[in-house]
Design a protein around this ligand. Structure first.
Ligand code: ATP
Length: 325
């Protein structure tokens, strides 16, 4: 291939810039012209292309967000939108596309590949909800951001003898809550994958208080509150306080988890995945998703990758219960 493009699509994640940099520099290293597409699939439809040179990705490896910006694009889901994108791709003589995003974006990559434009997906989403890869770009950074907040919350609630519900992101996957919970020493972890019993949590709180514990942190994945409004952080904290008499606060971390300098892990993952995606395209291979499995960078057919169910790590969850006795 002589001309390829790179897109970031769906929700942003720290490390997307490191992935763009890896794609651009690996392409240039291999004498492939590389174009950045603005605002996700919108840029494909509306011809928002810019040729990227080595310097265009300078000074971004450490920055959160995405210099290409990102967006959702419903138009791309329609045959008409797809047709418009194909015309633009043809005009620019683009022979392959790298799409950095979540599983929705990979469906777009699959459509492009089906219509003769080899496309490769790179998983980037803080939720870590993509089944085909052990980790997606952005997850590690988001967990570290949550951890930093948990440490600070622990300081203040210990001073007052309070409990605190910390709501973290995670629509359908509780990985941020699980990992931040284990690493932050949370007493309870509530995730969308598992049912929970508020009375058990209250019993844990009361037991802890009797043993002289001064703080109690409950990690809550946002998806739990989406599924049932009465389980939103504020409502849950009111219920727990009413049942135990222990002052319980709610803190919703929100979008701070989406930003910030990517961690070492995310920068390395993004660098390895970006280079692998370009290697695939340079061999004319598309319709693949780049994955991290057992610390090896591999690739899978998009359809197969999308069919792999995301597994919740029950072992880690059980460990969290043992360590928080
Ligand atoms: P995240 O989960 O982090 O939000 P995502 O990539 O899953 O990322 P989506 O909003 O699901 O985010 O998808 C991003 C874009 O991918 C959509 O706006 C649309 O342009 C394209 N897309 C999604 N689903 C399809 C599909 N079935 N066919 C073609 N394109 C799709």
């Amino acid at each position: 291939m002589e001309r390829i493009a790179v897109i970031t699509s769906g929700g942003d994640a720290p490390g997307m810039n490191a992935a763009i940099r890896a794609v651009v520099r690996t392409a240039i290293y291999n004498n492939i012209k590389i174009f950045g597409v603005k605002l996700g699939f919108n840029g494909l439809i509306h011809s928002e292309f810019q040729e990227m040179d080595v310097a265009s990705v300078g000074d971004i490896v450490h920055r959160g967000g995405t210099i290409l910006r990102t967006a959702r694009c419903d138009q791309f889901n329609s045959e008409e939108g797809l047709k418009m994108a194909l015309e633009v791709i043809e005009n620019y003589e683009i022979e392959g596309v790298v799409i950095i995003g979540g599983d929705g974006s990979f469906r777009g990559a699959k459509d492009l590949s089906r219509l003769g434009v080899p496309a490769v997906g790179i998983p980037a989403t803080i939720d870590n909800d993509i089944g085909c890869t052990d980790f997606s770009i952005g997850f590690d950074t988001a967990v570290n951001t949550a951890l930093d907040a948990i440490n600070k919350i622990r300081d203040t609630i210990t001073s007052h003898g309070r409990a605190n519900i910390v709501e973290v992101m995670g629509r359908d996957a509780g990985d941020i809550a699980l990992y931040a919970g284990v690493a932050g020493g949370a007493e309870n972890i509530i995730v969308p994958e598992l049912p929970f019993d508020i009375d058990e949590i209250c019993a844990d709180l009361n037991d802890g208080k009797e043993r002289g514990k001064l703080s109690h942190i409950i990690l809550l994945a946002e998806g739990v509150g989406h599924a049932d409004k009465s389980n939103r952080a504020e409502r849950l904290s009111e219920k727990i306080e009413a049942k135990t008499g222990i002052e319980t606060r709610a803190t919703i971390l929100g979008h701070i988890q989406r930003g910030g300098n990517p961690s070492m892990f995310d920068r390395i993952l993004a660098s390895r995945m970006g280079a692998h995606a370009v290697d695939l395209l340079s061999k004319g291979i598309g319709n693949r998703v780049v994955c991290l499995v057992d610390n090896k960078i591999i690739d899978k057919d998009i359809e197969e990758a999308l069919s792999i169910e995301k597994k919740f790590d029950m072992e880690l969850y059980e460990l969290s219960k043992i360590l928080s006795i």
